[in-house]
Design a protein around this ligand. Structure first.
Ligand code: FES
Length: 152
């Protein structure tokens, strides 16, 4: 991270803390806001969050590592998420996940598992940079990946 980028990230973290630290149950909204704005929750944010909420660093770190949603490193390229929750599993997401892993190898993207994108009735579901896609099989996945490469 360049010093200018680090400074901008620091500014974002302080702004989020100022805005949300007094909310009841502020930790999760703070972590979500930081990740939404920076793409991840930088390890450097942990001590500041802990101090702002009067928690230990271990407590903050524990929450970040407990939830699959939170990343400690910046994602590489587009974020491709494949739903692995029950409705999607019942409609073939295991095969989609295996296919996605094969196709994503060596690509400039971050492939992640998620547990429900709210598209259960049109499973299996996935998202690319938070844009949801329903009824995704191997062919549709390959088409979406090709579109992603064209757009890059
Ligand atoms: S279970 Fe996959 S979208 Fe809900």
């Amino acid at each position: 991270m360049t010093s200018k980028t680090a400074e901008a990230a620091q500014h974002t973290i302080r702004r989020v803390l100022d805005d949300k630290r007094h909310m009841p149950g502020a930790l999760l909204p703070i972590l979500h806001a930081i990740q939404d704005q920076l793409g991840h929750v930088p390890p450097e944010a942990v001590p500041e969050i802990a101090e702002a909420l009067n928690l230990s660093r271990a407590e903050v770190h524990g929450v970040i590592t407990y939830y699959h949603h939170f990343r400690s490193e910046a994602p590489k390229g587009a974020v491709v998420q494949v739903c692995r929750a029950e409705a999607c599993q019942a409609c073939g997401s295991d095969a989609l996940w295996a296919h996605a892993n094969k196709q994503a190898a060596g690509q400039n993207l971050t492939l992640e598992q998620v547990y429900c994108l709210g598209l259960c009735a049109t499973a299996p579901a996935m998202s690319i940079d938070d844009k949801p896609y329903a009824r995704v099989g191997a062919t549709k996945f390959d088409h979406l990946l090709a579109q992603l490469k064209e757009a890059a």
